[in-house]
Design a protein around this ligand. Sequence first.
Ligand code: FRU
Length: 409
Amino acid sequence: MRDETIGGSRETSTPCWTREQAAGIKRSDATVAPIVYPPEQETDDDVHIWDTWLLRNRDGSIAEIDGYRVIFSLSASKELLPGKRHDVATIRYFYSEDGKTWTCGGPVFDGDAFGSRQWAGSALYDDDGTVYVYYTAAGYRDEAELSYQQRIAVGAGGAVTTDADGLSVDGPWSHEILLEPDGEFYEREEQSRGMIYTFRDPWFFEDPATGETCLLFEANTPVSESDNPYDCDAVHEEFNGSVGLAVSTTGDPTDWELQEPLLESVATNQELERPHMIVRDGSYYLFVSSHKHTFAPGLEGHDALYGFVADSLRGEFEPLNGSGLVATNPASAPFQTYSWLAYPHSEELLVSSFFNYYDLRGLSLDDVAGLPPVEQQRRFGGTLAPTLRIELDGAETRILGALEHGHLP
Ligand code: FRU
């Protein structure tokens, strides 16, 4: 297909989030979330938490185990400056009976996971009760200097037990690197020209129409200089986000083959983070989070949840609401939440995220990094944000309101 975009077009078989579509991004009543204030009670008193995902069954529904549900969150000690948390991220799990108050069960892994730290992922509660925690191995175990290599990994073989005291998710875990960028569909670190490359955030998904077992992930498309139909100064090389796809032909949750990406945003945006898919009435809704600063020059986006819809897994994804914008922060608090996760609930979508930087009064995130430590801490939420309620009507969405912080019914 030919991708007609502002300033040029490019030959690709993958649907593209075009510059023209993204140029339509604009805050509106339907897409701006209510302002967020600090909660009375944080998700956890000792750790900052950010990217969070639910333990789910193969069909994507939330796993209920003896009346409990389980979330996994990236976490780091609250004593650490918020900007440093990515360098030491550890996956912790929390459980809840009412979906409102969460009890921390501790770190999921005990130091044997791949990477010098672990970034976002997803978690499968398989039909036989086995738990698979997919994660991003960032850097290498015991590396002397922090590196930004990213590999997609799994801790397989976990089990959930419950007793009068609560719930426990335990190993022994069998860790395996599942996927690395191939350099053709997916850019390797040494090919990348712009800001930090991406190959991360695995998301387990089973296609209800075909039963195909898939892993979605965040990546970048290799684009060479000679492949520059855009009349906009190399932005195609530096801003080349994609949503990657791997398939398990046997259904084995540890056996994956890379396929072509599902969506690209070459010349539009560098990071299509934490991709995930929801199927409703035969329509495939693909959601990603992205940042204001990862849009290519000439485009004005926001830290926001963006969405796309197609009529099949490998369909022609079109942006929701015309531009892709589904939920963003108010202009007066543009960084108050991030890393959204949508899931179906009755007729609506619920969208969880974390409480990020607030009370900035016009400061940029770079300004915040230059503030004294106590001022940085004061402005960082590091806890679950209010859950948004969203109406989904074909290719249109509307924010209906919000539940309490961390309420995940
Ligand atoms: C989004 C994100 C993820 C990554 C994590 C690292 O908030 O950038 O893509 O896995 O943060 O902390």
